[in-house]
Design a protein around this ligand. Sequence first.
Ligand code: PLP
Length: 407
Amino acid sequence: MENGAGNGTAAVAAWNFAPNDALLGLTALSVRGTLGRVKAGMVVEDGAFPVIPLGHGDPSAFPCFRTAPEAVDAVAGALRSGEHNSYATSVGLEPARRSIAQYLSRDLPYDLPADDVYLTSGCTQAIEILCSVLARPGANILLPRPGYRFYEARAVFNGMEARYFDLVPERGWEVNLDSLQALADRNTVAMIAEMARKLGVFVIADEVYAHLTFGEKKFVPMGVFGSVAPVLTVGSISKRWAVPGWRLGWIVTNDPNGVFHKTKVVDSIKSYLDISTDPPTFVQGAIPQLIENTKEEFFDKTIEVLRQTADICWEKLKGISCITCPSKPEGSMFVMVKLDLSCLQDITDDMDFCCRLAKEELVVVLPGCAVGYKNWLRITFAVAPPSLEDGLDRLKSFCSRHSMLKK
Ligand SMILES: *Cc1c(COP(=O)(O)O)cnc(C)c1O
């Protein structure tokens, strides 16, 4: 008989298990989950009409963003040495921690000790750890909007409340300090901005896009202000080296006054690391060589391509009706643009827009709702220039096809 029923096993009245319900709603807060929904209706046939991925920030597949050969050599060397096949220590291998400390100290007014660096499986696990470490009952965390909703997902999953302060599009996405202050209370544990000292909280600085700037403003790490208010910096090699699959990130305590030791935050991070998994040992083993040997030309080239693709984006977006781009991107890999739904026929919101765009044009764009900004779009320009141009042209024809003629 089918399914094993009837071979003597008694029928089960009810299974005595159920999953953790808290997880079921969270995929909507993730970029991956949202892009999955956007792509669900897309029919891809082999042929001349390729899918243009303008949704996620992973340019590693494009030859013009291929990682530095020295980075590949570092990992291959670490593997060949046979010295990195064991479990690592829970905080990470000492040479890797030291090398990351030195790398980050180049931009700081003080020398970061190796002991202040904790290795994680990408910046993702760093965020996961911080959200667990901070989650005492009743705690809340202040997050920027638009922002990376993974923080909210992890915070909510750990029983914390996420509160949002606004970034101002007209002012180059600067923090609105009034909206920030209005949100904080006794239970606020952290925020991703200034004003932390005044409020007696610390700052989490997500510097995963460190050095990926190509405008007039240069990158300044938040750790520079570590003596004003303590800073937990999270970062990884995923974006600057274009190797998100290598899964190597870090948590760094930028805290010359030792506040994190006094408040036992450091002990709590170490405990978490003792009960979780580590980045692969051979990637940890490769870090000193990877950092030391990568040539400036590699970084310069990446920045040059990003500058060029940001320009393409800016110019092409200007020519698309129903979409406005408030400011030209000067860093990272994304631009936020506003949808004018009033001039688009039969499109209900940003999600609907993206689903239909994917279906009709095979162009994948992230709806703003996934970064807390309803009826906006987040477009990545970390794409090879010809693909980007193609994608934006298709976006334009989609918009003209669906636009209502303004009388
Ligand atoms: C990509 C990204 C991360 C995750 O980085 P990984 O190292 O790939 O885990 C974290 N924060 C932000 C803002 C990101 O864009």
